[in-house]
Structures are given as C-alpha cells and as structure tokens.
Design a protein around this ligand. Structure first.
Ligand SMILES: Nc1ncnc2c1ncn2[C@@H]1O[C@H](COP(=O)(O)OP(=O)(O)OP(=O)(O)O)[C@@H](O)[C@H]1O
Ligand SMILES: Cc1ncc(C[n+]2csc(CCOP(=O)(O)O)c2C)c(N)n1
Ligand SMILES: [Mg+2]
Length: 328
C-alpha cells in the first residue's frame, strides 16, 4: 500500500493502534503534547538519537522490524548508561513517499517489540515527508533516584575499567554485510543490539560504578568521554578485551587489524564503566546475575589520555579511536 492512500494521519493512527496503555501515561498519542507522571523522588533522564538512511543503516542490509528495534535500542542504551529506568518514547519520522505502508507497519512493530521488552511506552512523535531517505529520531525519557544516577565524570585514578559482554561483533557484522552476508552472530549484533538495562540498573543500585557510558562510537572514543569528563587518563590492556569466539574466528579474514575493529568499531551498545579497585569479583558476580559478563580491561590513571598496551606492557599505538560523523 502507498502512503498516499492513507496520508500522514492514517499512518499516525496505524502506529497509535499498536500502542498499549503504559505505566505513568496520563495522555499518550493524539494531543498537542503527551502527559506523563514521574515517580515521586525520581529525576527525569532525557536522551535523543537519530538514525539516518545511508549513515546509520542501509535498507539492503536490514529489515524494517530490526531497524525499528535498533532505533529504540540505541536510545534505551543511553538510559541504561545512566543507570536509569527507560520509560516514555517520542518517535519522529521523515519518510520518502515511496516507502510502502507495510514497511512502516513492520518498523513500528519492531519499535513496539523492543519497547515492550524494556517497559517503554510510545507516547508521541512527529511525521513528515523526506526528499532524501528515511530519517528516524527517537527521544526517550527515563527515571532514577538522584543518588543512583551514574554520570561520565566520576572516574578516579586507581579505578578499574570494565566492559560488559563482548566488543567488535557489531563492526564485524557491518563489514560482513558489506561483503554480502545477511546472517550470523555478528550481523545479528549489528542489526539487533541488546541494550544492557538490567546491568545498568544493578550497577546503579549497588553504587559500584563511579562513571559509565555506553559504547556507540567505539571503546576508545567512548572511554575518552569518561576520561575528559573525569579529568583522568587510562591504561587499557589489549589482551583483556573481551571478544566473542565468532569475532576471533571471523575478524582476521575481513579486518587487517582485528584489535582496531574491537576497540574503535563502535555500535556495540555494551556498558563501559569504572569501579573502585579490588572489586572485580564483586562486579563480575553482580552482572552475572543480570545474564551478562563484565570484564576488567584496564585502569584509570592520573593524566588525560588513554594508552593501550599488550600483555607484556609494550605500547600499541591505536590506529583510530572510533566513529566521528565529521572525521575527514
Ligand atoms: N545538536 C545538539 N544540540 C544539543 N545537544 C546535543 C546536540 N547533539 C548532541 N548533543 C548532546 O551532546 C552530548 C553528546 O552527544 P552524543 O550524541 O555524542 O552522545 P550519545 O548519544 O551518548 O552518543 P551516540 O550518539 O554515539 O550514541 C549529549 O549530551 C547530547 O544530548
Ligand atoms: C550503512 C552504515 N554505514 C556505517 C555505519 C557505521 N556507523 C554509523 S553511525 C556509527 C556510530 C554511532 O552513531 P551515532 O554517533 O550517530 O549514534 C557507526 C559505527 C552503519 N551503522 N551503517
Ligand atoms: Mg547521540
């Protein structure tokens, strides 16, 4: 079906029809603004991320359902990285007129499926025509009590640096997609990432993380934001970087430097955080209870930069740090 047959408001009605009543929603899709409640004593967390066709996704690589899931997942990951509870989302779409209604139905199903998984309700958005590709922008609100919010600026010299799960799979997946593959562990991690909400909440509730960020641009680039925010440096041991068996097997075929893919590839949507020294076993046990591994990859030091070393202490100069939209 063509969008011209249902129009802007027909599309909004179709999306609204998929949304069930949500916690804390006094007034959802349909008025000039949504009306929501926050729980007493909690602060509101707000984040927004865009996904632009040709920049963040290629319609020949993904399907609409997984594109919908990823569009919300990258925002949920930002709330997870604050140690927050994700709550209410606004979905803004700029749509080329030739995109079929069936595509948008499946896309909305994907958004809603991830929303339901993480207790998020879609409460509004905006819809318009695009003359140059599909543009998706989601704003997500979350909540947390003031004492549990984990900012980027709390890392101190001596703290250990941890990352959840494994890194590099998403960047490997993108490279495999470019080479024509359409399935497998890495492709799935690229197209359908899992935000680490329960890990973020456990860290928040335990008070164990001194600083936290999610890995969207790459481990080194995102660690750089913690370092800048906290006024410290870091030493990372390359031999400790957690890689999936799939990555170890496939990355050498497609990347001249697999380590660089793991440290700078980006879109892992894992949590990168710091904790006071000597608490590695506690951190591992805490996150194991959330079904995710936590790996110590290095330490915070005095200074302002990140150095990467091999197991024997020799320096590995990083080839690149991560994704930057305006890098030359
Ligand atoms: N155009 C903008 N206007 C105002 N604030 C912005 C703008 N773009 C980004 N920001 C803010 O700058 C900060 C850094 O944004 P950035 O997008 O790098 O973080 P992120 O969303 O965690 O990372 P990523 O987009 O790679 O997932 C955030 O606080 C964000 O809200
Ligand atoms: C078709 C296509 N080409 C390239 C990439 C890689 N890529 C795009 S944005 C980004 C960082 C996170 O973005 P942001 O900082 O905007 O959140 C990365 C690693 C992709 N996913 N799809
Ligand atoms: Mg962003």
């Amino acid at each position: 079906m063509r969008l011209g047959e249902i129009g802007e408001f027909g599309l909004i009605d179709r999306i609204a029809g998929k949304v069930a009543a949500g916690a804390g929603v006094r007034l959802g899709i349909g008025d000039d603004a949504a009306v929501t409640e926050t729980e007493a004593g909690r602060l509101l967390l707000s984040t927004a991320d865009m996904l632009v066709e040709g920049i963040h996704f290629d319609l020949s690589f993904t399907d609409p359902f997984r594109l919908g899931r990823k569009s919300l997942a990258v925002n949920v990951s930002d709330i997870a990285a604050m140690g927050g509870h994700p709550r209410h989302a606004l979905l803004c779409l700029a749509i080329p007129t030739d995109l079929p209604v069936e595509f948008l139905d499946r896309f909305a199903d994907g958004v809603i499926s991830l929303a339901e998984e993480f207790g998020v309700t879609l409460i509004g958005g905006d819809t318009c025509r695009s003359s140059s590709g599909l543009v998706i922008s989601i704003t997500l609100h979350g909540e947390q009590v003031p004492t549990r919010i984990i900012p980027r600026n709390g890392a101190r010299p001596g703290d250990d640096v941890f990352v959840t799960g494994t890194v590099g799979d998403s960047a490997l997946g993108l490279e495999l997609l470019r080479r024509g593959e359409r399935s497998g562990h890495a492709v799935e991690r690229h197209l359908n990432p899992s935000p680490r909400v329960s890990a973020g909440l456990s860290l928040a509730e335990s008070g164990m993380a001194s600083a936290m960020i999610d890995v969207s641009d790459g481990v080194l680039a995102d660690l750089g934001h913690i370092l800048t925010g906290s006024g410290v440096g870091a030493r990372i041991d390359a031999s400790l970087i957690p890689l999936s068996p799939y990555f170890s097997q496939r990355a050498p075929d497609v990347a001249p430097d697999p380590l660089s893919l793991a440290l700078a590839g980006g879109e892992d949507y894992e949590l990168l955080f710091t904790a006071a020294p000597g608490r590695t076993a506690e951190v591992e046990t805490l996150l194991a209870a959330c079904g995710v591994t936590a790996t110590r990859i290095g330490s915070i030091v005095a200074g302002s930069d990140v150095t990467v070393t091999a197991a024997d202490g020799t320096l590995i100069p990083p080839r690149r740090r991560g994704f930057n939209h305006f890098a030359p």
